[in-house]
Design a protein around this ligand. Structure first.
Ligand code: ARG
Length: 576
């Protein structure tokens, strides 16, 4: 059984104490404090509600706390907080319990909960760019965390594989056949070139534009040759995306790819139901949903367009069909969409429409997990010198190349395939960590020098901290890490036990706000606390009792760092 964190056991004790005072509604917030081990808040709000003096109420609470428990001392502080100091024995008992728990105190709060998560979502015949990087990495971390917490996760890679642009692409391919799909490697680059050429022809040659429009009609009506060409293009892009996912080590497979086209057959029905229910109305020939609180800059209402005036369906209709299916067939309790913050309005409208249509019952939550833009190293929009979008594939190659330099400098004996593998772990880890460590709503500058720094809040720093602990442990016997609960703790040891104890609660917080950066911040603090501990407390040279305790703390820290990094999708090699 997982042992609860110190913070949560304390909050139980405080709740019991409050109930004994006849204050069952006092909801204590027990959290780490700068001035004590923990601090219990909640008395302020309770005092206000009861029209009592907060310090007085806090003093009663302190008096009601059970004696002889883990609390060494409880004191009223400031306007009416309660500062709690724990006994060394309580901290050591907690460390001992953790040592026997492979889950490091993390429970299964997500058991029985199904989450459908929409992420990555690249577009066929286009390059994946840094926007898709964010969605892929954040989505992958959330998937890993949800699964670790016992949840059932259905991944949906909502690939952009449909739309009028395929008319010009296919038409151009028919008119100027290039190398066939069979010769791989450079195909996506060729596809992207094809896309640009087709676009230019479409914009400059009215006759071609007309033929492309005819081709859209042929595609929509299922003309076999046109469909075959479309399938070829989709297959080529998909192979390329799969290659990137493999390089990134994210858990997205072909089975998770359910592109926009998969919902085509349901679109007419979606429109019909919305219209019948009175949720959507025809306006200027288009089928629209209006919202009381959504207006354009001109003050006129901005609708969600379900069906365009030419009868075609677009992005919104597809998302509505997908949402309906995710709730009705996949039985989602929670829907997550990891998509660029610029699509906030779209998702607000889609969710609201679905609620009104009855497709999204109130028991099911729908969240747009929005993220900010990735900027260039100079803080300006991220473009190549020629002004093109930066290819994700190039960025990853560059990161791994630079990481090879960092690894080789630290470890000159490493060569060949082993060096390549380490460079991949470090380079990809650096890219992922730099992305995840930024609060997701914020924009950040993509800076390969900074993300590969050995010090500071980087993936490499954490991988290095983990490897250092592994090497300390390798110099001792595995049976040497034993906790002696009668020992007296140094301040640096207490700090480390308290930080280790926060792992499970951190994951709960990450999930509550869908914010992987909280896990990054936690791991970074843990590594720093460990460094301070290691500087102040000799481990291998300590006397036998202290050595056992300190080795136990090393092992717990190493395991927590490794598990945490894995939950972020980052590997933790034994050596760096
Ligand atoms: N393919 C779109 C893009 O690249 C993102 C799709 C987001 N997901 C969704 N269900 N709308 O911008």
């Amino acid at each position: 059984m997982t042992v609860p964190s110190l913070a949560s056991s304390l909050s139980d004790s405080v709740t019991v104490a409050a109930a004994s005072l006849g204050l069952p509604d006092l909801a204590p917030q027990v959290r780490r404090s700068e001035y004590a081990d923990f601090q219990a808040d909640g008395t302020l709000a309770a005092a206000r509600a009861l029209r009592r003096q907060p310090r007085e109420l806090a003093a009663e609470l302190v008096a009601a706390l059970p004696a002889g428990g883990p609390v060494a001392s409880a004191r009223v502080a400031g306007p009416g907080f309660v500062n709690l100091h724990l006994t060394d024995a309580a901290l050591l008992a907690q460390a001992a319990a953790r040592l026997d728990d492979p889950r490091l105190g993390v429970g299964m709060p997500e058991a029985g909960v199904t989450t459908v998560i929409d992420y990555s979502q690249p577009n066929i015949a286009k390059e994946m760019h840094v926007g898709h990087l964010r969605s892929t990495i954040i989505g992958d971390a959330l998937v890993r965390i949800l699964e670790h917490l016992g949840g059932k996760v259905v991944r949906r890679n909502h690939i952009g594989d449909w739309g009028t642009q395929f008319g010009m692409l296919i038409q151009h391919r028919f008119e100027q056949p290039g190398p066939s799909a069979a010769d791989d490697s450079a195909t996506l680059r060729q596809l992207a070139t094809l896309y640009r050429r087709a676009r230019t022809a479409f914009d400059t040659d009215p006759a071609f534009a007309e033929r492309a429009r005819q081709r859209v009609v042929a595609l929509q009506s299922g003309d076999p040759a046109t469909l075959a060409a479309w399938r070829d293009i989709v297959a080529e892009s998909t192979r390329y995306f799969t290659e990137i996912y493999r390089q990134l080590d994210v858990r997205l497979s072909d089975a998770d790819a359910v592109g926009e086209s998969a919902y085509n057959r349901e679109l007419p029905q979606v429109a019909e139901e919305l219209e019948r229910a009175g949720v959507a109305v025809v306006s200027d020939g288009a089928l629209c949903v209006f919202f009381d609180d959504i207006h354009g800059p001109d003050g006129r209402p901005t609708p969600l367009i379900v069906r365009k005036s030419d009868g075609g369906f677009g992005y919104a209709a597809t998302d509505l069909a997908a949402l309906r299916q995710r709730v009705a067939q996949l039985r989602a309790d929670r829907l997550l969409y990891v998509v660029d913050a610029r699509q906030a309005l779209h998702f607000r409208m889609v969710f609201d429409t679905a609620r009104r249509a009855g497709w999204l019952p109130s028991a099911v939550s729908a969240v747009h997990v929005a993220f900010g833009t990735v900027l260039g190293p100079d803080g300006r929009p991220f473009k190549t010198r020629a002004g093109d979008t930066v290819r994700l594939a190039d960025l990853l190659t560059e990161a791994v190349d630079r990481a090879r330099g960092v690894v080789a400098a630290k470890n000159p004996d490493l060569t060949g395939a082993a060096l390549d593998e380490r460079a991949r772990q470090v380079g990809i880890g650096a890219v992922k960590y730099a992305d995840l460590a930024t609060g997701r709503a914020r924009a950040y500058a993509y800076d390969p020098d900074r993300m590969l720094a050995l010090t500071g809040n980087t993936g490499v720093y954490l991988q290095y901290a983990h490897a250092r602990i592994r090497s300390i442990l390798a110099r001792a016997d595995s049976g040497d890490a034993v906790v002696d609960t009668d020992a007296v703790l140094e301040p640096a040891e207490r700090a480390l036990v308290l930080d280790l104890d926060g792992f499970a609660d951190t994951l709960t917080e990450v999930l509550a706000g869908h914010e992987p950066h909280r896990l990054c911040g936690y791991l970074y603090r843990l590594a720093q606390t460990f460094t301070a501990f290691y500087e102040q407390c000799p481990v291998l040279r300590a006397d036998v009792r202290q050595r056992g305790n300190r080795l136990a703390l090393c092992r717990l820290t190493g395991d927590t760092l490794r598990t945490g990094l894995h939950l972020l999708g980052i590997e933790a090699p034994e050596q760096l």
